[in-house]
Ligand binder design. Structure first.
Ligand code: 4AD
Ligand code: MG
Length: 453
């Protein structure tokens, strides 16, 4: 295999013969030679190639335009130019696939909105190359974090017949054609089925056998919220631990976010410097801060008091019993505490049925981790492990216990206190890169009225 540009740029010594394969970012012509900037996506930096007049080539050099794919043979030599150690002096140029002047990614200055309309080509831009390399490295870091701590990676189903969050935001999966006379039991699974909103319920079954598990997979929500933080298809990481309470769950959540920030600082330096320069001038400092300082931890009731005492005119008025809106979450993290905050013990009414009811009978062992710039990145809880209380919770939330018989069974046989959380991978990426729209941290975003590509 040929060497990728990132390896050529980190070479220890000149090399007589190298092969570069990639896409042309720019070409400049001077008297007697041309300069090409080639990028292959392996790193942010381009490799400069100098092509002298008369170098063997299968096409006119002036016909090789921005966007074309090329293979270049040549020598890797020290570059006299500032800011780059090496350049290639071509001995042979091969145009593989031409591009013409209609190639949409000319020089720079494209808006993110425009780039979304060319989601098939935007990975060839500096920003999206950096985003998708970072996404890959962090996905690896997620597995590393949990594997090092003896969590077992489990695959929970994508098609499910239970609504984990009870919010009714599920996409229906069906083979029915909507023809007259069709009955629900004629459907493929014999009953209504959906794309999963969370692997948690199945994850609990596995945690109550393997002690520590995590999932990392796609989840789907038909929330009709067209915001910068909601996608209809997103990736969630869901650890679940048996013999675990809320405090240890919050500890893990905090440790996890810190580890991801650390990984970004240690392993994504070049792309991070790019984000810091062009996307969010505070992102690198923020990551350092996240790594070094403990998070704040407050009960929901205290969060409400702080918000009420803030004197802020919120769009959604604050009182005990309401869900925190993104404006409230952002006030807490950005203005009041100026750091990530974990809010716990929420009112029972506003959280799903599976959360453990506290001794006060009013609150449940929920916890949300809120971060500056985004709001909620993690939602989790200690689960209700007492069989009778679980039945009460289902009645309270008007769920049909028959739909959750197997989930209740986990409490009937060898029940244990257990806890876990879900982290939205795209929201984490937004936090760590400074990219402010969820559509720009996933290769092909799915949002209301948009499933192109
Ligand atoms: O808070 P949520 O709804 O929690 C659960 O689904 C639990 N079952 C998780 C668990 O305890 N195992 O979702 C978890 C996280 C949110 O904090 C958010 O980061 C992300 O998933 N999320 C979304 N990300 C992008 N687009 C959406 N529409 C999202 N909805 C939730
Ligand atoms: Mg939540």
């Amino acid at each position: 295999m040929h060497q990728l540009i990132k390896h050529l740029l980190h070479a220890q010594a000149p090399q007589e013969k190298v092969i570069v394969q990639g896409w042309v970012r720019t070409r400049r012509d001077a008297k007697g030679f041309s300069f090409f900037e080639i990028n292959d996506g392996s790193c942010l930096a381009n490799l400069q190639v100098v092509v002298n007049e008369g170098t063997p080539a299968n096409a006119e050099i002036t016909h090789i335009l921005t966007g074309a794919s090329v293979i270049i043979e040549g020598a890797l030599v020290a570059s006299p130019a500032a800011g780059q150690k090496w350049e290639v002096h071509a001995s042979r140029v091969e145009l593989v696939g031409p591009a013409d002047a209609s190639y949409p990614l000319q020089k720079k200055g494209h808006t993110l909105e425009f780039l979304r309309t060319i989601a098939h080509l935007r990975p060839r831009s500096n920003l999206f190359g950096a985003v998708f390399r970072t996404r890959s490295r962090l996905a690896h870091a997620v597995h590393q974090f949990f594997q090092e701590r003896d969590f077992v990676y489990v695959h929970t189903p994508i098609i499910t017949t239970s609504d984990c969050e009870g919010a009714g935001e599920m996409f229906r999966v069906t083979t029915l054609k909507g023809e007259p006379g069709e009955k629900p039991e004629d459907d493929f699974f014999g009953k209504p089925a959906y794309l999963t909103v969370s692997g948690q319920l199945e994850g609990e079954a596995l945690a109550c056998a393997l002690s520590r598990i995590y999932t990392f997979g796609p989840t789907f929500r038909a929330e009709n919220s067209n915001t910068a933080r909601h996608a209809a298809e997103f990736w969630m990481i869901e650890p679940e631990m048996a013999f675990c309470d809320l405090a240890a769950d919050m500890d893990l959540a905090e440790e996890f976010i810190k580890a991801m920030a650390r990984h970004m600082l240690d392993h994504c330096a070049e792309d991070l410097a790019f984000f810091n320069k062009f996307v969010d001038k505070e992102v690198a400092a923020r990551l350092q801060f996240v790594v070094e300082r403990p998070f704040q931890r407050i009960p929901y009731s205290e969060a409400i008091q702080i918000l009420q005492a803030s004197g802020k005119a919120f769009e959604f008025p604050v009182r005990y019993g309401v869900n925190l809106q993104s404006e409230h979450e952002r006030y807490l993290t950005e203005e009041h505490f100026k750091c990530p905050v974990t809010v716990f013990n929420y009112p029972r009414e506003i959280k799903p049925f599976y959360m453990r009811v506290n001794d006060d009978g009013q609150t449940v062992t929920a916890m949300d981790v809120l971060v500056p710039g985004i709001g909620e990145v993690i939602g989790g809880a200690q689960r209700e492990e007492r069989p009778d209380r679980l039945q009460e919770q289902m009645a309270f939330h008007k769920l049909n216990p028959a739909d959750y018989w197997w989930y209740a069974d986990l409490r009937k046989y060898g029940t244990v206190p257990h806890a876990g959380f879900g982290l939205g991978f795209e929201r984490l990426l937004m936090f760590l890169t400074g990219v402010s729209n969820i559509r720009d941290v996933i290769p092909f975003a799915r949002t209301p009225k948009n499933a192109d590509f």
